[in-house]
Design a protein around this ligand. Structure first.
Ligand code: SAM
Length: 267
């Protein structure tokens, strides 16, 4: 199993994420809409990054509600903290350990583009912890990478790495299938409402924008197993391969995410 490191983040990567994460922000808004988050609710954002989506949710729940945004990366929490207000609190914390929060204390828990960064035992604990802190009938929602329908960039990247005699492993995310998501939810006692794969289309100006986004979204893990020379070579080869995806709007790439909505027994 590959290991995701939480020690590779830098102030530059954190800032790049704050300013270059429209993709996550936009599918996150869709996740929140699908969850039906409403005024007055108590919401926990797990793996909130720099807090863009949490700030949006704080607007929705209003002054009668509250959002708590946690993330293990202190540099990202520092940026999220600048958005803090009466109904939006931030803290350093991890999905697998929600011991800072009482049982049955939230109406909604969500993880937007977070779960694939956890290994399998961490995922189990994270979903079990979400079940514990949710009120009876409370809702869990997450978006996460799909293993059965990977991002269009993945096979291209694998090919380029194979040409250089390097594997595509490195610090790569641990994606799930729809069946694995269903089983994970069931083991934690959740009742699944929807588990489906959604496709999103992105346009990037060039390979550097794509690599910048991958670097900041992975908090430094993307291609971190390569030397600087190998990275330069990968960039050049990717740039070449990606020309096949050029459209008038830029390099058009599809990515697929599993969207899962579930609730705890109760109401
Ligand atoms: C792609 S970012 C998503 C950030 C945010 N949810 C958003 O929608 O923009 C992935 C986030 O997962 C967080 N993460 C990684 N491991 C985690 C863990 N064990 N528990 C909670 N969050 C984690 C990272 O720190 C990072 O901020």
């Amino acid at each position: 199993m590959t290991t995701i490191s939480l020690s590779l983040d830098t102030p530059e990567l954190a800032q790049a994420y704050e300013h270059g994460s429209d993709r996550q922000f936009n599918h996150g808004k869709l996740l929140i809409e699908t969850l039906g988050v409403r005024r007055g609710q108590r919401v926990l954002d797990v793996g909130a990054g720099t807090g863009r989506l949490a700030a949006h949710v704080a607007e929705i729940v209003g002054p009668e509600g509250s959002v708590t945004a946690i993330d293990p990366l202190p540099l990202r929490v520092d940026i999220a903290r600048q958005k803090a207000r009466a109904n939006l609190a931030t803290a350093v914390g991890r999905a697998e350990d929600l011991s800072a929060f009482a049982s049955k204390s939230f109406d909604v828990v969500y993880l937007n583009s977070v779960l694939h960064w956890l290994n399998e035992p961490q995922k189990e604990r994270a979903i079990a912890e979400a079940a514990r802190v949710l009120k009876p009938g409370g809702k869990l929602g997450f978006s996460t990478g799909s293993r059965e329908k990977p991002h269009q960039l993945e096979p291209i990247q694998r090919k380029v790495l194979a040409e250089l005699g390097r594997d595509a492993e490195g610090n790569r995310p641990h994606k799930l299938t729809v069946d694995e998501v269903r089983a994970l939810l069931e083991r934690a006692g959740f009742i699944a409402d929807t588990v489906e794969i959604l496709t999103f289309v992105d346009h990037a100006a060039d390979v550097d924008e794509i690599l910048r986004h991958s670097g900041s979204s992975s908090f430094g893990n993307h291609l971190s197993h390569l030397s600087p020379e190998e990275k330069r070579e990968v960039r050049a080869r990717l740039a070449n391969e990606l020309e096949a995806f050029r459209t008038p709007k830029g390099l058009r790439l599809e990515r697929n995410l599993i969207f899962a909505i579930a609730h705890t027994a109760g109401n």
